[in-house]
Design a protein around this ligand. Structure first.
Ligand code: SF4
Length: 413
């Protein structure tokens, strides 16, 4: 199996890449080694921080922080004493209902995730390593850990099937107390995470990239993607496409090109929700944007966990938004005011808009309610829901106006 090492992004570069999934489906340890070669963790650990900084790798779980910064903060906070020996957690919870990328990765390339976890653990001097995995990927991860002696110390914890189970403090809480809900403490996990110890928590895709960077280095990582969005990323393409699927794409790939690679007909797509349920809607005229933090920022969007939900032009965008916000309001941990009162009110307002029963000030009301919950919770759930609501109010203003008069623009198509 050859590994892509020299691609430089040009308009002619293929959208689809093959790095993380290069060993093929359900790769066992033998096939993994044949494809990627062995990783010398002890040799890689001392230079890992510098390689990550040079690589430009950002987290693939949603927030998109620079991977090296988290690692550096954990190193700084930790020492070898029992109370300050760091912990590393691989987060594969994937609570977002649309997302399948972490499940696909852990099922097909579990050894890359383990490599990244071992390398990161060695780099920070970790005393404990955890893999927090969703149910569909659990047996693949357990089987992979059992295949290799160097993974014997990894503890596997089953993730709850809830939207918030993958939120960083909820992961720590789940491992520590069995309750997969966010903590209301605001400190950084790198300083005080699991049982108060410095904790490095990375999404499993981030760890898999670390497993490759630890082998091949930063220059190799940057040989795919663009200068500002280096490497590759896994993308879940869902919604109105012939076959919902997970693709590995080059950094900087255009959204319309990713949709086309998934078999979608661009002319039939009216809008795409970028980044998942906490993401933002982009209408069809904006789908030439790259799926990168830099390119999406002017649109109020972010790649998030690499999710694209395509909406066919015959489907009602107002109804689709109302259903998602209803779901999000029901998924809160009900610990804070914005989730107890604000999100149900926001969901009710969107239901009114969808059914055509909304008063004239309903669009303004969704703005007011979004503003009222934004930044007021112990975690970012209200903020993400507010972001989605605002983007829908902006993107679908014409649809909303028609709904208020008992009509739906999509019914004409
Ligand atoms: S903001 Fe909402 S989801 Fe987050 S901790 Fe508070 S109640 Fe739970």
């Amino acid at each position: 199996m050859t590994i892509e090492t020299t691609a430089t992004r040009t308009p002619e570069t293929p959208v689809v890449a093959s790095r993380l999934l290069a060993a093929g489906a359900d790769a066992d340890f033998t096939r993994h080694l044949a494809c990627f070669g062995a990783l010398d963790v002890a040799a890689a650990a001392p230079r890992l921080l510098a390689e990550l900084e040079a690589s430009g790798l950002t987290g693939r779980g949603g927030a998109g922080f620079a991977a090296w910064r988290k690692l550096a903060a954990t190193v700084k906070a930790g020492d070898s004493s029992p109370r300050a020996r760091p912990v590393v957690i691989g987060n594969g919870a994937e609570g977002e209902p649309l997302s399948r990328k972490d499940e696909t990765l852990m099922t097909n390339a579990p050894h890359l995730v383990i490599d990244g976890l071992l390398a990161a653990g060695a780099a920070v001097g970790a005393g404990e390593l955890y893999l927090y995995a969703s149910e569909p990927a659990l047996s693949a991860i357990q089987g992979a850990v059992a295949e290799r002696a160097d993974a014997a110390g990894i503890r596997i914890v089953a993730a709850a099937d809830t939207f918030l189970s993958g939120q960083a403090s909820a992961v720590v809480n789940a491992i520590e107390t069995g309750r997969p809900v966010p903590r209301d403490a605001v400190g950084r996990l790198s300083a005080s995470g699991l049982r108060g110890r410095p904790t490095l928590l990375h999404n499993v895709e981030t760890l898999a990239h670390i497993g490759l960077i630890a082998r091949y280095g930063a220059a190799w990582f940057r040989a795919a993607g663009t200068t500002t969005d280096p490497g590759t990323r896994l993308v879940t393409v869902a919604g109105d496409v012939p076959q919902p699927q997970v693709l590995e794409v080059h950094g900087g790939a255009r959204i319309d090109a990713v949709l086309a690679a998934a078999g979608a007909e661009p002319d039939r797509i009216s809008a795409v929700l970028v980044g998942g349920y906490h993401g933002a809607w982009l209408t069809a005229d904006r789908l030439g944007a790259a799926l990168s933090a830099e390119a999406l920022a002017p649109h109020g969007a972010h790649p998030g966990a690499g999710i694209l939900l395509a909406l066919d032009r015959t489907r009602c965008a107002v109804q689709a938004t109302a259903e998602i916000i209803d779901y999000l309001a029901g998924q809160s941990a009900r610990q804070c005011g914005p989730c107890l009162f604000g999100l149900p009110a926001l969901a009710a307002s969107w239901r009114e808009l969808a059914t055509g029963a909304a008063p004239a000030d309903a669009p303004h009301r969704t703005w007011t309610l979004a503003d009222a919950v934004d930044g007021r919770g112990a975690c970012a759930h209200p903020d993400g829901t507010a972001r989605l609501s605002r983007s829908a109010t902006r993107a679908f203003a014409a649809d909303i106006e028609q709904h208020r008069h008992g009509r739906c623009l999509r019914a004409a198509h």
